[in-house]
Design a protein around this ligand. Structure first.
Ligand code: ADP
Ligand code: ZN
Length: 336
């Protein structure tokens, strides 16, 4: 069971000024895009980008919290994409051994994935999220009005995670996504809100069953093992790297589980409707080198998430050599 469930609020309102008594954490983009929102508040602002998801930023936030005289009863609210909410949750969890905190995700990826589940933390060098905590926010406010300013590639990033839930758990969702495309959801608020709520339900269900990732929460790493390696090595946007990672996993599943070739083919087609890639010219050896440093590896290999079918996933321990073979076939674009 999960330690304590956050309260969820779904809304679509043009963001109104925030209450003065909390302390807000955001990045410079959001701060500049929504100046009225932060007027008269105590707000800590840091520069956007994965390279700022570091202990140095947490130290800066800690210094600012001290300056604002934050105490054990002060609520911290992270407003932004996954980087902001991950850092805000971590800073709030460690300052004075923990302050109450909540999130307002402003990206699609944040709403369907990053803000949910209580994983907070920072990177260390090439190691993504190496240092962090699992601590649930008190509340999450899903305000889809923020998405009106979201750039194109950030929409695709979020859809990679939406497609991931469909592959893992929900073949009906996979079919629905296949009937539509990225432009349909961007122009149809109702369909988008429903889609976000479906994803929030899937992620919440998994986190409630397995908060500390001893079992089914591992499934959410589908596409993320090779995906993270490619993202780090080639500074690729998260969603694009996960898209390629999901295709690599399909190639592995064909060999390891005898999964049908059509699964990877359907996935590649679906990815293209959401402006996501299915192949990329990466260096196999470089990717393998990063995978051998993966925090989820053990002595013989890595636990890999594979699809038996669309909507049906399993966890399989794989050797590095079978992963290497699949990397070669993905790079060459075989089958798909
Ligand atoms: P995620 O991990 O959710 O993709 P990031 O924290 O990496 O999010 O944010 C991605 C980028 O999008 C950052 O440059 C951030 O400042 C910007 N951003 C976040 N939300 C919005 C928004 N609603 N409108 C415009 N830009 C946004
Ligand atoms: Zn992800």
């Amino acid at each position: 069971m999960q330690s304590s469930s956050p309260k969820y609020i779904f809304q679509h309102s043009n963001p109104k000024p925030l209450p003065a008594k909390s302390i807000f954490i955001t990045d410079t983009h959001i701060h500049e895009l929504y100046p009225n929102l932060f007027k008269g508040t105590r707000t800590i602002v840091f520069r956007p980008g994965e390279e700022h998801k570091t202990q140095e930023t947490v130290q800066y936030i800690t210094k600012e919290l001290l300056q604002f005289e934050a105490h054990r009863k002060t609520t911290i609210v992270g407003i932004g994409g996954g980087i902001v909410t991950d850092i805000a949750g971590y800073a709030a969890s460690t300052y004075m051994r923990g302050l109450p905190f909540g999130f307002m995700p402003t990206t699609l990826l944040g709403m369907v994935d990053a803000a949910i589940g209580g994983k907070n933390g920072v990177n260390y060098g090439l190691h993504k999220n190496l240092v962090g905590t699992i601590n649930q926010p008190g509340f999450i406010i899903f305000d889809t009005a923020f998405l009106e300013t979201l750039p194109d590639h950030e929409w695709s990033n979020g859809f990679a995670e939406v497609i991931k839930y469909a592959c893992l758990f929900d073949s009906a969702l996979f079919d629905e996504l296949n009937r539509n495309d990225i432009r349909y959801y961007r122009n149809n608020k109702e369909a988008l809100n429903t889609l976000i709520q479906i994803c929030v339900q899937w992620k919440t269900k998994i986190v409630n069953e397995d908060e500390h990732e001893n079992g089914n929460r591992k499934l959410l790493n589908f596409g993320h093992t090779a995906g993270h390696a490619i993202e780090t090595l080639y500074h690729m946007p998260h969603g694009q790297a996960v898209a390629i990672g999901m295709i690599i996993a399909c190639n592995i599943a064909e060999k390891e589980l005898g999964a049908d070739v059509s699964i990877g083919q359907k996935l590649a087609l679906l990815l293209s409707k959401y402006d996501l890639p299915a192949t990329f010219d990466f260096n196999v050896q470089e990717v393998i080198n990063v995978l051998t440093m993966d925090k989820k590896r053990n002595d013989t290999g890595i636990e890999y998430i594979l699809l038996k079918n669309i909507g049906e996933a399993c966890i399989t321990l794989l050797s590095f050599s079978s992963i290497e073979q699949a990397l070669v076939s993905t790079k060459n674009g075989s089958n798909h």
